[in-house]
Design a protein around this ligand. Structure first.
Ligand code: UT7
Length: 333
């Protein structure tokens, strides 16, 4: 039997209209555009401000654009995976809401929670299901409404994050394109450094948890920074080495957009100029599971069939890894 690869056949994306600038943040906490640009690299981020709208709203917009661009028939979609840490509800899943909103009748759907690495994990999962031969058309979404768990009185975290969603279509091919290799890891050692203290089963919501601001992102930035650099660099280097990818034949590294200094460290490790690294942190900040598909969305027109990409991410858990993708089409839109 011929080997089946899983190729990305389209990209959709959505970011909310509201632009939260560094100047606006500096009016509420003690910070400055200069500090945020030099330490993180974010100029502005998008925020879903409309009341009553959650992650599924952005995921739906991204997936709808994807369906239109790929001229997909809803009846042909057989699986939807949504990577998110900020679902609309504890249950049901964002993915199940999408099935209804997109009119999918022949799909099963679930959410995947791997923090900022969620999209990478979902991509690998979808690719394996395509390669199994049992699935033919899968939508993978990375979507997060980070503003729903950011404390806008905490200057150490509030400049970092933004909201957004990106979606890709994955289909089978017998050609040598698509998701060709992966190196994904989880160690569980990151819990003390990056988590939300309440709202889960250990500490359900209470007056105490709300009074003590336990429903926000807690991050020990310096420690997380060190692990992020080291793990993303190691995974990316491993994927590059075993697939003979070098600065001569890598079109783009697609890194999680957590901090421009982390992104630069990865480029340095691979001896790649920043032109070969997808960067949009300046305008969207860190939208967690959405950063990778939003990079693909922004750079889609520059990509050509056969381009070698290495996607890499790092997140709470800790979760991290890198995936080698050979791009499957040249955009004509
Ligand atoms: O996406 C999931 C994974 N997450 C990450 O990868 C994030 C990794 N961490 C980071 O990106 C960085 O650690 C941060 C951006 C979070 C922080 O940058 P840093 O250079 O590590 O700063 P720091 O936490 O070491 O703080 C340095 C100083 C401190 O002041 P002192 O104690 O030296 O006087 C902070 O209080 O900067 C201060 N500071 C700020 N100053 C102005 C912290 N936040 C701000 C701020 N404006 N917004």
């Amino acid at each position: 039997m011929e080997k089946i690869n899983a190729v990305i056949t389209g990209v959709g994306g959505y970011v909310p209209d509201y632009v939260l600038t560094n100047e606006e943040i500096a009016r509420t906490v003690d910070t400055s555009d200069e500090w945020i640009m030099s330490r993180i690299g974010v100029k502005e981020r998008r925020i879903l401000v409309e009341e009553g709208l959650g992650t599924s709203y952005m995921a739906r917009k991204a997936a709808k654009e994807l369906m239109q661009k790929t001229k997909s028939n809803p009846d042909d979609i057989d699986l939807v995976i949504v990577a998110t840490t900020t679902p609309d509800y504890h249950f049901p899943s964002v993915a199940s809401i999408l099935c209804d909103k997109l009119g999918l009748k022949n799909a099963f759907a679930f959410d995947m929670q791997a923090a900022c690495s969620g999209f990478l994990y979902a991509l690998e999962t979808a690719a394996s299901l395509i390669a199994s031969g049992r699935h033919k058309k899968i939508i993978v979404v990375g979507a997060d409404k980070m503003s729903s768990m950011v404390n806008y009185e905490d200057r150490a975290t509030c400049p970092i994050f933004g909201d957004g969603a990106g979606a890709i279509m994955i289909e089978p091919t017998t050609e040598e394109y698509g998701v060709l290799d992966s190196h994904l890891r989880t160690d569980g050692k990151g819990l003390p450094f990056l988590h939300m203290k309440a709202g889960g089963s250990v500490c359900p919501p209470s007056y105490f948890s709300v009074d003590n601001k336990m429903h926000y992102i807690y991050q020990e930035g310096r420690t997380v920074f060190k692990y992020a650099v080291s793990y993303m660099c190691d995974s990316t280097a491993e994927i590059a080495k075993r697939n003979n990818l070098t600065k001569e034949n890598i079109a783009y590294v697609v890194p999680h957009q957590a901090n421009l200094r982390i992104i630069s460290a990865i480029a340095h490790r691979l001896e790649l100029p920043l032109e070969n690294v997808m960067v949009n942190i300046e305008k969207y900040g860190n939208s967690s599971a959405a950063t990778l598909p939003l990079c693909l969305w922004d750079y889609e027109k520059k990509l050509k069939k056969g381009d070698n990409l290495i996607l890499t991410a790092f997140g709470a858990g800790f979760t991290w890894g890198a995936v080698y993708v050979k791009w499957g089409y040249t955009s004509n839109q």
